[in-house]
Design a protein around this ligand. Structure first.
Ligand code: SF4
Length: 471
């Protein structure tokens, strides 16, 4: 029976429907883990809230936009700076956090006036910035503050500014995934088509679902420039508000993160007839395949082959150096969702690494279909995993390196297991050819780090070298 009830879950047996152990020869469609469902009472979920999905993952990445969070200060802090998405304008988005800092009296008497004041204050303080996202959070949604009416009033008084309202409080969905969805759909319905871009190439595309983690977007942009392809809009890595308003003018939508951003690509197809092309940008084989697919769409295959050959010549020897040393390593991936299926096959194909356990916080059914199809037998696939399950799985599969976020990463470090930040990266970018060498380097450095052994040493009662020298 491939659905697994772990020892730690004996008191919440429903968890067995969320944990799958792939068995050779079985029809996986019969055993897909339940996903994108409400967390079971009794399990301590590590999911983020729906507001977090909208703000932290998508909106907050934009390089020229004030992100006004209408809520208590805690909502702001928890969605600020846990990921590093640099920009080419001095990292404006990472320098500031904006909040209406709602207090009890605002909750009792209403927060619209406070929001209006905060919006005006932010624009006054930053006269060069003319674009803003406003988010509701749980308390301001519950008291019914009409953020759209406030935004409309400010826009009528300040004709040079444009404001987008994202009404997705934390409780709106079972995980951050709902926030992705709400932002995608509202953006296309309210803002796309309101700006006409300057077209400078006969080949144009939107690059969707890449958030410039530690420079991913900027690395991939070098490829598109060399291929002569104009990126009309980046959704949203190093992107601008107005570029996203012009998404309707691209010939092709290239989608990297299908989970967070597939919705807007589908709508662009439905509403504007722009085709959607999904690629994987992590890994040599996948990146080359993605470039080939894009070039084939535009009929520029030769340019693509030239680019791939140049990149392989430059980076493949370095990748092979790491492959020699990482071959056979057992790896676990505990991230949001799509990276499970982006990475499991690429680390196997390009580095000889075997992924033995994977956990997704907000993946949907199609994410599990993809990852189980790409992943190996004998591997655990977990939806909405909790800490006790992680400890038990570690005992079962004994991973030699774990890619996860900083919160779980702290636990992993305490177990003295090599850890790599799979969310914000250790030393990225990780996308593209050069990026995958960086990923391999960070994996190798984590594994080979001599300090890991020292971290487990109990020095109580032992004489330190310094003390000995002094005696
Ligand atoms: S769950 Fe609600 S109150 Fe908590 S951080 Fe998210 S939006 Fe704010």
């Amino acid at each position: 029976m491939p659905m697994v009830l772990l020892e730690c879950d004996k008191v919440i047996p429903e968890r067995s429907k969320h944990i799958y152990l792939k068995v050779e020869g079985e029809d996986q469609r019969d055993f897909l883990p339940i996903s994108n469902a409400a967390t079971i009472p009794g399990t301590l979920s590590e999911r983020g809230c729906a507001f977090c999905g909208a703000k932290l993952v998508i909106g907050g990445v934009l390089k020229d936009t004030i992100q006004m969070i209408h809520g208590p200060i805690g909502c702001a802090y928890d969605t600020w700076h846990t990921k590093r998405y640099p920009t080419d304008n001095g990292h404006f988005n990472m320098k500031y956090v904006w909040s209406t800092d709602m207090k009890e009296s605002h909750i009792v008497f209403g927060g619209e006036k406070r929001l209006e004041k905060s919006i005006n204050e932010a624009f006054d303080e930053m006269p060069d910035i003319k674009r803003m996202f406003v988010y509701t959070t749980c308390p301001t949604a519950l008291i019914g503050d009409d953020i759209k009416a406030v935004a409309k009033k400010v826009m009528s008084e300040r004709p040079d500014v444009d404001i987008f309202c994202c009404e997705c409080p934390g409780f709106a969905g079972v995980s951050q995934s709902k926030g992705h969805h709400v932002l995608n759909i509202n953006w296309i319905n309210e803002k796309v088509g309101t700006v006409e871009p300057e077209i400078t190439s006969e080949y144009t595309m939107n690059f969707i679902g890449d958030f410039n983690i530690q420079g991913d977007t900027q690395l991939l942009d070098q490829y598109w420039k060399r291929l002569g392809i104009q990126v009309v809009a980046h959704f949203t890595g190093n992107g601008t508000y107005d570029d996203l308003r012009a998404m309707h003018k691209a010939q092709l939508n290239v989608v990297n993160c299908a989970r967070s951003s597939g919705y807007i690509a589908n709508e662009l197809k439905k509403q504007y007839g722009i085709p959607r092309l999904d690629i994987d940008s992590w890994g040599f084989s996948y990146m080359a395949e993605g470039i080939r697919k894009i070039c084939s769409f535009f009929g520029i295959e030769e340019r693509g082959e030239k680019l791939i050959a140049e990149e392989y010549a430059k980076w493949k020897p370095q990748l092979d150096w790491y492959k020699e040393r990482l071959q056979g390593t057992k790896m676990a991936i505990w991230t949001g969702g799509p990276r499970l299926w982006h990475w499991t096959k690429s680390v196997e194909d390009d580095l000889g690494v075997q992924v033995v356990a994977m956990s997704s916080k907000f993946g949907h059914q199609e994410d599990f279909e993809k990852v189980i199809a790409r992943g190996g037998a004998g591997t655990y696939y977990i939806d909405d995993g909790n800490e006790l399950e992680f400890f038990e799985i570690i005992d079962l599969v004994k991973p030699e390196v774990i890619f996860t976020g900083p919160r779980v990463g702290e636990l992993v470090k305490k177990l003295h297991i090599p850890y790599v930040n799979g969310h914000g990266y250790h030393n990225g970018p990780y996308m593209g050819f050069e990026g995958f060498v960086n990923l391999a380097r960070d994996m190798y450095n984590a594994k080979a780090n001599p300090l890991l052994k020292l971290a487990a040493t109990d020095i109580r009662g032992a004489k330190s070298a310094l003390k000995e020298a002094a005696e």
